[in-house]
Design a protein around this ligand. Sequence first.
Ligand code: EPS
Length: 390
Amino acid sequence: MRYLTAGESHGPQLTTIIEGLPAGMPLTAEDINAELARRQKGYGRGRRMQIEKDKVNIASGVRHGYTLGSPLALIVENNDWKHWTKIMGIEPIEDTEIEEVKRKVSRPRPGHADLVGGIKYGHRDMRNVLERSSARETTVRVAAGAVAKKLLSLLGIEVAGHVLEIGGVKANPPIYKNIKQLQQKTEDSPVRVFDESAEKQMMEAIDLAKKNGDSIGGIVEVIVEGMPAGVGSYVHFDRKLDARIARAIVSINAFKGVEFGLGFEMARKPGSQVHDEIIWDENDGYTRRTNNLGGFEGGMSTGMPIVVRGVMKPIPTLYKPLQSVDIETKEPFTASIERSDSCAVPAASVVAEAVVAWELATAIIEQFSSDRFDALQKIIAEQREYARKF
Ligand code: EPS
């Protein structure tokens, strides 16, 4: 299974084409719209999210509520496009109009893709870079992830993303009865945090950043329950499922690091306190006494919950801009001010869910390759049974 996305932040629409989804899987626009709405929420978002009401148009691949096995084309229109039709116009414009119409960017924002993207593609108007490097693109990654989440959920695999830290305010690790409770409680929180005692402080940290024209980052966590053991492989580097998830997390705009289970804390503990002891019982088959390795051994799922965290840097677009250089004059300047969010960590936890779900669904389809969804459900049930008795 694979997908591509297309679209500029202030262009007419965002598009994704998904190929390789089995036929006969139930799927509706509402499944996707619910995820798009989750991504738009979160305390700390800027004015753009009031303009957009992201809704998907399923343009192919589904008939009467079931996937056809043909490519799925998903389109999300940008409401903001109507304000940008001239600036982002497709047709050539007269030289005389260029200065007035283009909203040219010649002062790159430190930390953004502007300068290096300009050098790479030869764009002296760095709007040509920022329009595509913008996190607006995560909209359709969430749309693709919604399809993956639906597939996983029908196979008994649940994904929950939430926030652990914002701007230095740390939440206590969530202690929950079941994953549904984790999903519900974080859904009701404006900052998608489980620990209520941290919620207010996080919101205050966001308010302060906004007041100061600054931005703050944080840490998000994705937990997956119900993954069968043995997905991924130890035999080759690019078949290790944890490595593929790590790549997906760091591919999210502004993400700079990733860890599984105990993560970097493992460096400070001896092996006897890190590795998870193996136990067996009739009902659950092989499990582990602890889950320090976060659901992976040798690049394969163990059947224990997958626990992966990613760190998001503060958004580089600042109302109090940092020093930069104007590429026309080479004079020092403060960077261009573009409208921005002071904190998008809650939304990023929804994006993280989407990209993790995508990697898991892809790995499952690759390993238990099936053109029919009913056959895939059967083979996954068999795999669970095989692993239990092994
Ligand atoms: C973004 C800048 C802002 C954000 C945007 C990401 O957009 P605009 O320039 O239109 O104000 O709101 O995020 C989204 C549009 C989104 O859908 O998440 C940036 O520069 O990355």
